[in-house]
Design a protein. Structure first.
Lengths: 702, 190
């Protein structure tokens, strides 16, 4: 107790005294001579100065320089061991210094025993091989050059969008591989029992590719194609493989995304919670060394300046917030309440719109093909329209709410995420209910809806870029002074909204993969196209943003949103199964599970064929009796981690206190020593003068 | 390509690969770019000649960097401290700024670049110069002295752990190690 009190007192004291010591002392303690000789400073310096010492030692024809010897003396043996095992390139020296270090290593290794040197060289070789493999892996990543270019002009934030896009393409590649292995492969090999031959008939038109009907409905794109094949063992048949493929897709995605999210989350957590190092980051990591374009550099300057000013303003904003009167507060909360109600009513209106559009498009289809097309696409059009307009309104609304700026951005994002996922959810709920009424191969109908959503989203991206953004840009270039051009304003690449689009597409793809197994393949194609379209849009039409996004923060947010989408996608089929279970006389009319009540009949048949011990084990694993111990074990593990984290935090606090104490001791001693030295020098300087003066006096008196 | 490779020599190429984080292609590209900066008669003896700082600064990768002069000074091994670079210094520079350089190396060199007076710590003067470099050097882009004072006291409060009024290397690395953005932004690729 006593200790802690004094320590905190010391910290307080040093906190306050910094300013005074800094301003009052003309000679800083780190500029004194004795400071240079401190062991802690020497240890750091010895690395930096190796080159100089080496050069001097070279002049002495090899051998170790004097300071070199000193530095290695002060370093402990453990750290030297570490340094020795480090690859040469990890040393912070110049080339000549590294060469010298290599020579020294060779000399040392001749002194060490045979086994030791063998072990070390093995260790180094292993590291080399790993590095080479990693290098080869990196060179395989596509679009490295494009990303580099985009980063150079628009900063890390925009690049992180494209990296996210690339990640989604990889994810879809993995999904396609799984689909190929579990579903397409067996179907192609063992064939299907369907008698219809797959041919582009006279009744089919190109329109089918947009509507997902006719030719496409018979093709392998949809669920209905995959009937029970000739591979028909009890525990190895095509329906079971189908189920396994879909489940493995969900498992793989969950594992990959959770991993990404946790890695990113750890970073942000370290950034935000424990240490508020915001300004230091802005200063020390502020400059993006990739920037080559002078205009971009200018922009970065102004961005950093604005950011710093914003920070200083926010500091005073929090001061102002503390000084708000009661009347102000009441007004503000009332305003926020009203605005939130407005947001809620907007959301409600949007959901109603989606619901009714679904109802209308289900009515009798008109004869004319174009009207039919529009009517068929009415729901996707409504959803996309709502998702295009409302986020911008949210952005405007949140500006009135007198939050700090970062909070504003986050509030808009959260509302937009909610809108996107909820509108999709409403639509799904609607079509699940509708298709239950017309049960003729409802899986194909559901798959068709998902297919249409995907296609339409891609089409909007395409048209938005080439018929909205690009003409706007052309107009601004040709007639920069016209009223229309000025009204249109400069176009910015709004990262959060674009990412939301991607998350939405991926969610649709996950929801639809059960009903339309080729969606990941379609996803790869569309995402690749989106990559090039967006690249064109960014490089050709957009100016860089004034407020840049912090890459790390945003990418965690991206993956978190993706996780939300995945969770939603995973819950919808489950809900669907239970809903259809409760409907009377429900049967699956097509596809691999034809004439069965639920999908899990296939697995039940398989489980029943197993020996009884395995059966009981499986039953136990799926029962509540197993879930409880699992939950308990998880709780215990979590608790231990949390308590360990707390203990570590306490230790960090104490170590910090110790550091402050040590450094204040050091400062005190250095100053004391410096004043002593000064005093001695003065005394030395004074003494000869005094002697001469006495001499003079002596002579005069004589 | 063949001519440059033969000019550089296989031995020195593999040595450079061992001592730097650069790949073979990157070293060859660096060599090509470096010889373009040299005079015609200097090209034959690569390591004997130094390219003056003014010429290095004409590289587009460095041209718009506010720390370009400091970078040259830090990586220069010249005795006259004029910031001129030999080819090996140039490789050192690229290695520290390359994709695969470790956080430790990067933060070490970042510290030295930001340490304008080369005294081994970042004091108030260094920080002020650093902030000026970041916001732009002209008078109307600079922060006011009041803002600067507030900012520097904020920085020191956050990152000066031992409260001695300066940020030393280990404190600097402590801050940097918590920033996931640093590695991706402290990069210069030819």
């Amino acid at each position: 107790m006593e200790d802690q009190k004094t320590v905190s007192f010391m910290r307080l004291l040093s906190d306050e005294s910094i300013e005074s010591t800094l301003s009052s002392d003309s000679c800083e303690y780190y500029q004194t001579e004795i400071y240079e000789l401190l062991p802690s400073v020497q240890a750091v310096r010895s690395q930096q100065d190796t080159y100089d010492t080496l050069k001097s030692s070279e002049a002495y024809h090899g051998g170790q320089g004097p300071e070199e010897g000193f530095g290695s003396d002060t370093q402990s043996r453990g750290s030297r061991e570490k340094v020795f095992l480090q690859p040469l390139r990890n040393l912070a020296m110049c080339m000549q210094g590294k060469r010298g270090a290599r020579e020294r290593r060779k000399m040392q290794s001749s002194n060490i025993g045979f086994w030791e040197s063998g072990r070390r060289s093995q260790c180094i070789n292993r590291k080399k091989i790993w590095a080479q493999m990693r290098e080869a892996g990196f060179s395989l990543l596509p679009w490295q050059h494009t990303l580099h270019k985009i980063q150079g002009r628009f900063g890390i934030g925009v690049k992180s969008y494209f990296v996210f896009l690339r990640y989604l393409i990889y994810l879809n590649l993995l999904h396609s591989a799984l689909i190929g292995g579990f579903i397409l492969g067996p179907t192609a090999f063992y064939g299907t029992n369907s008698s219809e031959s797959l041919r582009f008939g006279t009744n089919d038109s190109v329109l089918d590719f947009f509507l997902g009907s006719g030719f496409l409905a018979r093709s392998p794109v949809f669920f209905g194609f995959y009937t029970r094949g000739s591979l028909d063992l009890i525990c190895l048949n095509t329906p079971l493989l189908y189920l396994a493929g879909i489940l493995s897709i969900f498992f793989c995605s969950i594992i990959m995304i959770v991993r990404r999210t946790t890695v990113g989350y750890k970073h942000t957590w370290m950034l935000e919670k424990r240490t508020s190092m915001n300004v230091s980051f802005k200063i020390f990591c502020g400059w993006d060394f990739n920037i080559q374009d002078p205009a971009a550099a200018k922009l970065k300057h102004s961005f950093i300046r604005n950011d710093l000013k914003l920070f200083l303003e926010e500091q005073s904003f929090s001061l102002r917030k503390a000084q708000r009167t009661l009347k102000h507060k009441v007004c503000l909360y009332l305003l926020r309440l009203i605005l939130n109600l407005v947001v809620l009513s907007l959301l409600g209106g949007a959901f109603c719109l989606i619901y009714f559009s679904g109802k209308i498009s289900r009515r009798e289809s008109p004869k004319h093909w174009f009207l039919n097309l529009v009517l068929q696409y009415l729901s996707p059009i409504t959803i996309t329209f709502v998702n295009l307009v409302l986020p911008h309104m949210f952005r405007k609304i949140s500006a009135f709410e007198d939050y700090s700026l970062t909070f504003q951005v986050n509030a808009t994002l959260v509302r937009s995420i909610f809108l996107k996922l909820a509108s999709l959810g409403i639509y799904l709920f609607f079509i699940f209910n509708e298709t239950l009424k017309h049960p003729s191969c409802r899986e194909n109908q559901l798959g068709r809806e998902m297919y249409k959503l995907c296609i339409f989203n891609f089409l909007t991206t395409f048209f938005n870029t080439f018929f909205m953004n690009y003409p706007r840009k052309l107009l601004q270039e040709k007639y920069p002074t016209s009223l229309l051009a000025r009204l249109a304003g400069k176009q910015r690449f709004l990262i959060p909204f674009n990412v939301l689009d991607l998350v939405y597409i991926q969610t649709v793809s996950w929801v639809g993969v059960y009903y339309c197994p080729l969606l990941p393949l379609i996803g790869i194609v569309t995402l690749m196209a989106v990559f090039y379209i967006k690249k064109f849009s960014v490089l050709r039409c957009c100016v860089a943003e004034q407020r840049m996004f912090r890459a790390s923060n945003s990418s965690v947010l991206f993956y978190f949103m993706l996780l939300l989408g995945l969770l939603m996608a995973a819950t919808t089929p489950v809900l669907d199964f239970y809903q259809s279970k409760q409907a009377n006389n429900f049967r699956i009319y097509c596809g691999p599970f034809k004439n069965q009540e639920t999908v899990f009949n296939v697995t039940n048949v398989c489980v029943k064929s197993l020996p009884s011990s395995a059966q009981t084990a499986l039953h136990y694993l799926s029962s509540e009796a197993f879930a409880l111990p699992l939950l308990l074990a998880e709780i215990i593990i979590l608790t231990s981690y949390v308590s360990r984290g707390r203990a570590n935090r306490k230790a960090i606090e104490r170590l910090k206190d110790m550091l402050v104490m040590c450094s204040s001791d050091k400062r005190f001693l250095v100053k004391q020593h410096a004043t002593l030295l000064k005093g001695q020098k003065n005394a030395n300087r004074v003494r000869p003068v005094a002697v001469e003066q006495t001499k003079l006096l002596h002579e005069e008196s004589l | 390509m063949g001519t440059t490779a033969s000019q550089l020599g296989k031995d020195s190429l593999s040595e450079y690969q061992e001592l730097t984080f650069l790949t073979k292609q990157e070293i060859l590209l660096a060599h090509k770019r470096f010889t373009e900066l040299q005079n015609r008669d200097e090209r034959n003896h690569l390591n004997a000649t130094r390219v003056p700082m003014e010429k290095i600064l004409t590289l587009p990768e460095l041209k718009s960097n506010p720390f370009r002069k400091r970078i040259c000074h830090v990586f220069s091994t010249s005795e006259a401290k004029d910031g001129s670079l030999t080819f090996e210094d140039f490789l050192d520079l690229l290695s520290a700024f390359s994709d695969s350089a470790t956080l430790e190396i990067k933060s070490h060199y970042a510290f030295r670049i930001f340490d304008f007076d080369d005294d081994g710590t970042l004091d108030c003067g260094d920080l002020e110069k650093l902030v000026n470099c970041l916001t732009g050097e002209t008078d109307d882009t600079r922060l006011t002295s009041e803002e600067m004072r507030q900012l520097i006291s904020n920085i020191l409060e956050e990152s000066d752990i031992d409260k001695d009024g300066t940020v030393n290397l280990s404190e600097f690395q402590h801050v940097i190690s918590r920033s996931p953005d640093f590695v991706s932004s402290f990069k210069i690729v030819l």
